[in-house]
Write a protein that binds this ligand. Structure first.
Ligand SMILES: *[C@@H]1O[C@H](CO)[C@@H](O)[C@H](O)[C@H]1NC(C)=O
Ligand SMILES: *[C@@H]1O[C@H](CO)[C@@H](O)[C@H](O)[C@H]1NC(C)=O
Ligand SMILES: *[C@@H]1O[C@H](CO)[C@@H](O)[C@H](O)[C@H]1NC(C)=O
Ligand SMILES: *[C@@H]1O[C@H](CO)[C@@H](O)[C@H](O)[C@H]1NC(C)=O
Ligand SMILES: *[C@@H]1O[C@H](CO)[C@@H](O)[C@H](O)[C@H]1NC(C)=O
Ligand SMILES: *[C@@H]1O[C@H](CO)[C@@H](O)[C@H](O)[C@H]1NC(C)=O
Ligand SMILES: *[C@@H]1O[C@H](CO)[C@@H](O)[C@H](O)[C@H]1NC(C)=O
Length: 467
């Protein structure tokens, strides 16, 4: 009996440490869409992916209840806006933890409490003040967990790759000088002391799409055949993700923390995007995410060249294509599922499905940059919200000088005197003028890029020309 008990104890110790270190790929459940399935249905979809974990961008009560009783580990997030207040107010930290975590714990397996989302990437003056409140807020939340007797929840914060001022070669990875000493050092100390993780949003897609002439797409998609040798560390890389992760590792090492575990808080590949965006398609998205999942689950674990054999816990971005995200078209196309609940491409996050058994996907058409003219026009003329469209035209025409001269009375594009025609002109003119300054062709979903010239008669529409 005694021996049996001992065995049981060992068994449990083994099980729990194995569970803590399991790669179990998870998914980011973003909710910036007005057409997304209900939380209960979404949780079913998460299960169908065989995801082991889910990351939420806020402590949504309905979602946390839908996860009650599942074996999916959950990460919740403290909103950026309350970090500063929490940093000086233990009562507020306690209340936040009580209301948003304890209320669902332990039936909902909340395991990670992320304090803010990429706040070190926000560059406004008010935001910069928040940088220095981050670690104090994390300490208060850690203490709040302690007084609630909760030991299983790790406190962290998500960062983007722009916390580095240098990431190439990987061995040259260095944190930005404006945060290295004042924020990163205390942050790393906190993470090390609490045995938490460095949560990093890491997107080879962005690194590749901004440098597609110098970085091979195959290297970004884990296709093999391309290698890069770091001239200083002498480590050899076979894919872009490892290279990026190691640059984070080397940056931490420079500050004296080589052993903090890295957690990929977001990664993925867009399944679609705008005409002027390269490489965003279903084929590449499926290739990236499937290869990633196989690599993360490989037995024995591979880790990265600088961190061989380590577990790289990961949340793929994202569960759904989210139609209310602003910015370029790719922003609305990161999902594993469409809002209709249909998968964009099948994927099994345990990596157990043989890649060859997935059905063939359509070959990508935009792996080379588009060359030619693009206009920006009304997305759906039929049933368009005329009030919203009118407001958007007023906005577009209010930027710059003469943006809309051609649609004024006597202008060459005044006729036909139709809001749709005028909006097509205003959007095209605005975008052609301001694209170089970062303007997008979106207008809250009212506008879309087209390669079909909307010009008519003597009325010529301004275009963006890519060469
Ligand atoms: C944070 O604190 C400021 C100043 O004490 C207060 O005005 C504000 O309402 C607080 N914000 C929140 C979200 O509690
Ligand atoms: C701290 O937070 C609590 C709860 O939100 C609030 O009642 C209190 O006024 C705050 N204290 C200060 C000094 O802002
Ligand atoms: C979670 O489920 C358990 C067991 O069914 C139940 O006792 C508990 O009240 C539920 N929690 C919430 C927050 O709904
Ligand atoms: C290494 O990083 C520094 C900045 O931290 C940068 O100035 C330098 O150019 C980088 N070295 C290489 C070889 O890119
Ligand atoms: C980080 O934590 C480890 C293990 O707890 C400890 O041995 C090490 O000294 C810590 N590093 C620093 C720089 O504090
Ligand atoms: C149309 O747009 C206006 C202004 O943006 C908005 O207030 C209104 O709710 C919209 N109507 C519909 C039916 O969506
Ligand atoms: C429009 O032109 C005027 C006069 O040339 C100039 O002062 C103004 O800054 C311009 N406005 C914009 C938004 O370009």
């Amino acid at each position: 009996m005694r021996i049996f008990n001992l065995c049981l104890i060992f068994f449990f110790v083994f099980l729990s440490s194995a569970a803590a270190f399991s790669p179990k790929v998870g998914v980011n459940y973003g909710t910036l869409g007005n057409n997304l399935p209900k939380p209960s249905k979404s949780v079913e979809l998460i299960k169908s992916l065989k995801a082991g974990r889910v990351k939420l961008y806020n402590p949504d009560p309905e979602i946390l209840k839908a996860l009650n009783g599942t074996n999916i580990q959950v990460s919740i997030m403290v909103p950026n806006e309350i970090i500063s207040n929490i940093s000086t107010n233990q009562t507020m930290a306690n209340e936040w933890v009580h209301k948003n975590l304890v209320a669902y714990y332990p039936h909902t397996l909340i395991r990670y409490l992320l304090v803010g989302n990429e706040i070190l990437s926000l560059m406004g003056e008010a935001d910069k003040k928040t940088w220095h409140d981050l670690v104090p807020a994390m300490r208060k939340l850690q203490y709040a967990l302690k007084i609630h007797g909760i030991r299983k929840v790790k406190v962290g914060t998500t960062m983007a790759m722009d916390v580095l001022e240098s990431s190439f070669p990987p061995s040259n990875g260095t944190f930005r000088s404006d945060i290295a000493v004042s924020v990163m050092r205390p942050l790393l100390q906190f993470l090390n002391n609490t045995k938490s993780f460095f949560f990093i949003d890491c997107y080879p897609y962005f690194a590749w799409s901004q440098n597609y002439q110098s970085i091979s797409l195959d290297y970004a998609l884990f296709k093999g055949g391309v290698t890069y040798k770091d001239p200083v560390s002498k480590l050899t890389y076979t894919n872009l993700l490892d290279q990026m992760l190691d640059s984070v590792h080397f940056a931490m090492k420079k500050l004296g923390y080589p052993d903090i575990r890295i957690w990929i808080a977001e990664t993925g590949w867009p399944n679609g995007g705008d005409i002027d965006q390269i490489g965003a398609n279903v084929y590449n998205a499926a290739t990236y995410n499937r290869n990633l999942v196989q690599r993360l689950n490989a037995k024995p674990l591979v880790g990265t060249p600088a961190m061989p054999g380590v577990v790289l816990p990961t949340f793929i971005f994202a569960l759904f294509n989210e139609n209310q995200k602003g910015g370029q078209g790719t922003e609305r196309h990161w999902g594993l599922f469409y809002p209709t609940e249909a998968h964009v491409y099948p994927i099994d996050l345990t990596g157990e499905t043989d890649l060859a058994s997935y059905p063939a996907l359509p070959k990508p058409k935009n792996n080379e940059p588009y060359k030619g003219k693009i206009w920006c026009v009304v997305a759906e003329a039929k049933g368009a919200n005329m009030t919203a469209l009118g407001d958007a035209v007023t906005y577009a025409c209010g930027q710059g000088n003469g943006t809309c001269a051609a649609i004024q009375p006597k202008g060459l594009c005044y006729n036909p005197k139709s809001l749709i025609y005028h909006a097509n002109y205003a959007f095209s003119s605005y975008w052609a003028q301001f694209k170089s300054q970062g303007a997008t062709c979106f207008f809250n979903g009212l506008a879309v890029q087209t390669t079909k010239d909307p010009s008519h008669g003597k009325c010529k529409y301004p275009s963006v020309t890519l060469s």
